[in-house]
Design a protein around this ligand. Structure first.
Ligand SMILES: Nc1nc2c([nH]c(=O)n2[C@H]2C[C@H](O)[C@@H](COP(=O)(O)OP(=O)(O)OP(=O)(O)O)O2)c(=O)[nH]1
Ligand SMILES: [Mg+2]
Length: 142
């Protein structure tokens, strides 16, 4: 039976692979988070910057490109922290999460409402998408 209000089944959901950057500042004490635009999926939630992996690129290239496009910063993409598969109501995502080092550029709010440099221990004060709690746990274990 189908119902417009019921969650879609796994097979019919949109699927996206997302490159996500954990951007450390030079002293490796703070991580950059940004707040998603209000009218998008998960609007108003805080996230780690990133976006859709295009067919011609790997996660590292995607992260480098997205952070330039969305925040106008240059980063060096480092090791992979974790890969997470998560199912939202209408979307399935694979998040490929890499550590990054901030190289240059003052972050600009090009595709978000605001951004902030935060300490790992302060991340729990921000509303993050459900999939991100696994990222935070991996960071804490790191
Ligand atoms: N960037 C990012 N996306 C996340 C995080 N956690 C999480 O569940 N997601 C999900 C939410 C979105 O559905 C998806 C990312 O989509 P997006 O809207 O940022 O993708 P994008 O920048 O490529 O946007 P577009 O191609 O649709 O314009 O991944 C996170 O920490 N960062
Ligand atoms: Mg994005």
């Amino acid at each position: 039976m189908t119902d417009a209000n019921s969650p879609q089944s796994t097979q019919t959901k949109k699927y996206r692979r997302i490159g996500v950057g954990i951007v450390w500042d030079r002293d490796r004490q703070h991580i950059l988070i940004d707040r998603r635009l209000p009218d998008n999926e998960l609007g108003g939630y805080w996230e780690f910057p990133g976006g859709k992996i295009e067919p011609d690129e790997d996660a590292a290239a995607c992260i480098k490109r997205e952070l330039m496009e969305e925040l106008a910063i240059e980063v060096e993409v480092g090791d992979r922290l974790i890969t997470i598969d998560h199912e939202y109501e209408t979307l399935r995502v694979t998040l490929v999460v890499h550590h990054c080092l901030h190289i240059s550029g003052e972050p600009q709010a090009i595709a978000c409402t605001e951004m902030r440099w935060v300490k790992l221990e302060d991340l729990d004060q921000y509303q993050l998408p459900a999939a991100n709690y696994q990222i935070v746990a991996a960071l804490q274990a790191h």
